[in-house]
Design a protein around this ligand. Structure first.
Ligand code: MN
Length: 206
């Protein structure tokens, strides 16, 4: 969780300080992020990881300028525009976390992680009809993205609400477009990894 007075660092390497500080990757088995972001171009990517930790949640991560900007969403994304999902902003993660699945050893985030959904996205954020870069959109506290995933598609908005006076509180909402669906609930019915077909329980049993 990011504390009060948190300011966005600008540099991808600095942005991963909190990630490195919070965990001992040699114990947790998570990517180290030590080499900095691998150079790449093309469409930015997203991942939603199902993380069965102390409490089950879904980690929604967007690739922005060499890091994965991250929120922990206790109830997970919904395709119903009426559902407002609390999204706790968490520390930026290294890009190689995007396909991480496994069992995180004792300590911070201990539990199992699978890639519940992944794909690319378009940043749709505009201000007065002009496109806004993703990093600027995050600084302003509102980003709208069009997801091209396996389970999730269409537009979603993430907005900084600071609900309850907590700087970490954002809200994830499905935009009411043709991909909105008030009945389908993928977080309840599709628990498997889109990469390996495994569930969190499969990893627990390993
Ligand atoms: Mn998590």
């Amino acid at each position: 969780m990011l504390g009060k007075g948190y300011r966005e660092p600008m540099d991808a390497d600095q942005r991963l300080d909190a990630y490195r500080r919070k965990r001992r990757t040699e114990l947790s088995g998570e990517p180290t992020g030590a080499d900095g972001p691998p150079p790449r171009d093309g469409q930015p990517r997203f991942v939603v990881q199902r993380h069965d930790a102390r409490s089950l949640h879904f980690d929604v991560r967007l690739e922005v300028d060499g890091v994965l900007v991250s929120w922990a969403v206790p109830k997970g994304p919904s395709l119903n525009p009426a559902d407002k999902r609390l999204a706790h902003r968490t520390e930026d993660h290294p890009l190689d976390y995007i396909d991480f699945e496994g069992r995180i050893g004792g300590g911070y985030g201990a539990g199992t992680v699978i890639v519940w959904d992944t794909g690319t996205y378009d940043n749709l954020t505009t201000l007065d009809g002009e496109p806004v870069a993703a990093a600027d959109a995050l600084l302003k506290g509102h980003i709208k993205v069009l997801l091209y995933g396996h389970k999730l598609s269409g537009a979603f908005a993430v907005t900084h609400t600071k609900m309850g006076g907590d700087e970490a509180n954002w809200m994830l909402v499905k935009v009411d477009d043709e991909s909105a669906d008030r009945r389908r609930r993928p977080t309840a019915t599709q628990n498997e990894s889109v990469l390996t077909g495994r569930t969190n329980s499969d990893l627990e049993a390993d």
